[in-house]
Write a protein that binds this ligand. Structure first.
Ligand SMILES: Cc1ncc(COP(=O)(O)O)c(C=O)c1O
Length: 361
């Protein structure tokens, strides 16, 4: 598929861009261009363009505004020391976008178009990728919406896939410190056969009430439990969870339909197995975590995702209790895994699994 390129006639001045990427904050500034690829029923994916960044002209009857047919991805571009620009496992994000599309009755974007869309955006906005220092990257936000003008509930008949990009800084200011997590006891994110494993806007809207309660209680993220019994740990609002045991084995909740298939999660399972750790993907109850933290059998807990890479979890809190894990200090395995993964992403640690894909020289 050929991308038609229309350059932004009023791009950000180089000095302003450099000031933004010297000190980026998540999701506040965007590059000069966006990608738009259009799909229509009976015609398929029919046009692909790079256009100036700007508002989307949309009819008030557009399906996405009424029935929430929206899916998205999050993936980063990393600049290496030699100036080249790379991304991490883009085929995995493409596959996940396809999985989300199937669940939300949207068309599946072919993997080649997904990867090419990132390349095309970098071809025009490459200077927006920060230098490889202090964990700075360019964050891509690919998303797809049902963009037909029709007030009826039905599978999309016209869809738009777009990509925007925002320079981002380190999730942690002042080093990797353990976070406190709020346990959502009266709010569920995803039910059985629902949309939990799709990366769709509504799941995030559904998590906000609990997130606000978490903030009020000094927590930075929320841990959701299974919706049916509130017994088993699922994931955080935007990250997957791992528990490290004293014997070196590692537990992570299994992907039973309600949990996002995290690409960081999958990559860490591989890195842990490479190191000889036993990794168990299974149901993990809150009671098991509570008892393990208390007895010292669970020595570390960490959350992982593209935005924050790996975050140590020091405390789990609810109205009923406060569970402290590993003395509320970052665990040894947590820190060393984080170093290995970021090293692979920035090209300073060997990429044994062929995860990195070059976007530009
Ligand atoms: C709900 C949820 N779980 C887990 C993750 C982690 O996924 P990934 O590692 O692919 O970023 C994310 C972030 O995308 C998320 O939104």
């Amino acid at each position: 598929m050929q991308f038609k390129v229309t350059a932004n006639p009023n791009p950000t001045a180089a000095a302003d861009r450099e000031a933004i990427i010297a000190n980026p904050t998540f999701g506040t500034h965007f590059t000069d261009h966006q990608i738009v690829v259009v799909w229509e029923k009976d015609k398929g994916w029919l046009s692909a363009e790079v256009i100036p960044y700007g508002p989307i002209m949309m009819d008030p009857s557009a399906a996405v505004l009424h029935y929430g047919q929206e899916i998205f991805e999050g993936i980063k571009a990393y600049r290496h020391q030699d100036g080249s620009i790379w991304t991490f496992r883009p085929e995995a994000n493409a596959k996940r976008l396809q999985r989300s599309a199937r669940r939300m009755a949207l068309p599946e974007l072919p993997t080649e178009i997904f990867v090419e869309s990132l390349r095309q955006l970098i071809a025009v906005d490459g200077p927006w990728v920060p230098k490889p220092e202090n964990e700075k990257t360019l964050y891509f936000r690919p998303f797809e919406i049902a963009a037909e003008n029709f007030l009826g509930v039905r599978a999309a008949q016209r869809a738009e896939y777009r990509v925007i990009a925002s320079p981002v800084g380190p999730y942690f200011t002042g080093g990797v410190k353990p976070v406190s997590i709020w346990i959502a006891l009266d709010s569920a994110r995803a039910g059985k056969h629902g949309t939990g494993e799709a990366k769709t806007g509504g799941n995030y809207a559904a998590s906000l009430l609990a997130q606000m309660k978490g903030y009020e209680n000094g927590c930075s993220q929320v841990m959701f439990l299974d919706a049916e019994t509130a017994t088993y740990v699922e994931e955080l609002g935007g990250m997957n969870l791992f528990f490290v045991k004293r014997d070196g084995s590692v537990l992570t909740p299994s992907l039973d339909g309600t949990i996002l298939h995290g690409i960081t999660r999958d990559s860490l399972i591989t890195l842990l197995k490479d190191r000889g750790h036993k990794v168990e993907e299974r149901k993990v109850s809150l009671a098991e975590v509570r008892e393990g933290a208390l007895s010292g059998d669970i020595t570390e807990t960490f959350a992982c995702g593209t935005a924050a890479v790996i975050t140590p979890v020091g405390v789990l809190k609810s109205d009923k209790e406060e569970i402290v894990i590993g003395g509320n200090e970052p665990g040894e395995l947590t820190v060393s895994l984080r170093k290995e993964l970021t090293g692979i992403q920035y090209g300073t640690v060997e990429d044994r699994h062929g995860w990195m894909v070059k976007l530009a020289d």
